[in-house]
Design a protein around this ligand. Structure first.
Ligand SMILES: [Zn+2]
Length: 357
C-alpha cells in the first residue's frame, strides 16, 4: 500500500492500454464511449451534449440507483431507437475492447430493451454474432450473456430464458437489476434450463444489500461467479464460502464508489478479499455512466490504492481462469500476458506517469 503522503507524480504507471486483459463484468448498453454517443445523438437527433458529462467529475456521486438508471432512458435509448443505433453502439463497444487489448470479455446484453425501443431482436442478435466474429479475428474472445432484471420477477426471467437461451450467440445468463427483495435463489427454477443446456449462470449479489444475498446466490442458485459482492467483507463466513467454493468475484471499484455502495474508494474490499484467498477480478461495469474503462480501473488501483504489477497479473489470471475459452485459444493469450509483464519488469515496456484512458 502507498503511504498517504506519497504524491501522484512519484508513481509510475506502465502503459496499461497494451496489457492483455480480461473483463468479466460489462453491460453492453452501458459501455459505449461518451464521444461516440455524443456524436451519434447529434447526428441522429440534433441533440448537443457536452464533451464531458457532469457525472464524470471525480467528486460526482449518484444519489440513488434510479438516478443512475435514468441515464439509460435519457441518453442510450434515444440512440437505440434510431435504425442504426444498436449497430453503432455494439461496434463502438467492441472497438473500445479491442483498443484496450481486452482479450476476453463477458458482456451482459439486456435483450428486453430491444423490442421496447422498437428494434428487431433477430437483427440485434445477428449484429452481436458478427461483432463477436470480428473481435475473434483480431484475437479477442467475446461472450454474450442474456442479462435479466431480477426486479421484473421470476415469470419474466423464465420467459427470456425460454426465448433466448438456445440462441448460439448467448453463452449464459447474468442476473442483474435491483437486489432489494429479489434474492438470486428465487430464480432457481426459472434458470434451470440454462444449466441443462450447459451454459453459465452468474449473478450480481451483495452490491446493494448484505452478505446474505451472496450466500443465496452461491448456495441457493449454485453460481460460481458473482458480480460485485462488496458486502461479503461484512461476514467472515461468507468470505470463507467464496474462497472454499472457488467463486470468482467480479469487482467494479469505480461503479461501487460512484453509486455509493462503499463508503469511499479507499475502503473498497478488493484487497481484503484477495488477501483472504478469494478469486477477485477487476471490471468496469458501465463505463458510459462511470467515466471509466478497464484500463482506467487498473490505473486507479495502482495510483490510489497502491496495487502492484503482481496484483494486476494475479487478478487478470483469475479472470482468464474462469473464462469460457478453449485451452488452445487461452494458452497464447496467457503467454502474451506473461511476456507483457516480463517486459514491464525489465523496463522495456513504455511507462507513463499518468494513466492512459
Ligand atoms: Zn453490473
Amino acid at each position: 500500500m502507498l503511504g498517504v503522503t506519497q504524491s501522484l507524480e512519484e508513481i509510475t504507471v506502465p502503459d496499461l492500454a497494451s496489457m492483455p486483459k480480461a473483463e468479466l463484468h460489462l453491460h453492453l448498453e452501458g459501455a459505449p464511449r461518451w464521444s461516440t454517443l455524443r456524436h451519434a445523438l447529434h447526428r441522429h437527433r440534433g441533440i448537443t451534449l457536452p464533451e464531458s458529462p457532469p457525472w464524470y467529475e471525480p467528486k460526482f456521486r449518484f444519489a440513488s440507483f434510479d438516478q443512475f438508471r435514468a441515464l439509460f432512458h435519457r441518453y442510450i435509448h434515444p440512440w437505440l431507437q434510431t435504425p442504426v443505433g444498436y449497430n453503432e453502439l455494439i461496434c463502438d463497444v467492441v472497438d473500445s475492447l479491442l483498443e484496450q487489448h481486452i482479450r476476453y470479455a463477458e458482456i451482459d446484453f439486456y435483450a428486453a430493451s430491444v423490442e421496447r425501443v422498437g428494434a428487431s431482436l433477430d437483427q440485434v442478435l445477428a449484429i452481436l454474432e458478427a461483432e463477436v466474429e470480428r473481435a475473434n479475428a483480431q484475437g479477442s474472445v467475446l461472450k454474450i450473456f442474456l442479462g435479466i432484471n431480477r426486479h421484473d420477477g421470476v415469470e419474466n426471467a423464465a420467459f427470456w430464458v425460454q426465448r433466448l437461451i438456445s440462441a448460439p450467440v448467448i453463452c449464459g445468463v447474468d442476473l442483474h437489476g435491483s437486489e432489494v427483495g429479489w434474492p438470486a435463489d428465487l430464480f432457481k427454477a426459472a434458470l434451470a434450463p440454462v444449466r441443462e443446456m450447459g451454459k453459465k449462470i452468474k449473478s450480481h449479489a451483495g452490491e446493494m444489500v448484505g452478505p446474505e444475498a451472496i450466500r443465496a446466490a452461491v448456495e441457493g442458485l449454485g453460481v460460481r461467479q458473482i458480480g460485485h459482492a462488496v458486502s461479503a467483507i461484512q461476514d467472515p463466513a461468507v468470505v470463507e464460502l467464496l474462497r472454499d467454493r472457488k467463486v470468482v468475484v467480479e469487482m467494479c471499484p469505480t461503479s461501487n464508489e460512484r453509486l455509493q455502495y462503499i463508503s469511499s474508494y479507499q475502503d473498497h474490499p478488493i484487497f481484503d478479499l484477495d488477501a483472504a484467498g478469494v478469486a477477485v477480478t477487476v471490471n468496469s461495469d458501465d463505463p458510459t455512466c462511470f467515466g471509466s474503462n478497464l484500463t482506467n480501473e487498473l490505473s486507479r488501483l495502482i495510483i490510489e490504492r497502491g496495487a502492484t504489477l503482481a496484483d494486476l497479473k494475479r487478478w487478470t489470471q483469475n479472470a482468464f481462469r474462469y473464462a469460457l475459452i478453449e485451452e488452445e485459444t487461452l494458452t497464447p493469450i496467457l503467454s502474451d500476458l506473461n511476456t507483457w509483464f516480463e517486459n514491464v519488469n525489465s523496463g522495456s515496456e513504455s511507462t507513463n506517469s499518468s494513466p492512459q484512458y
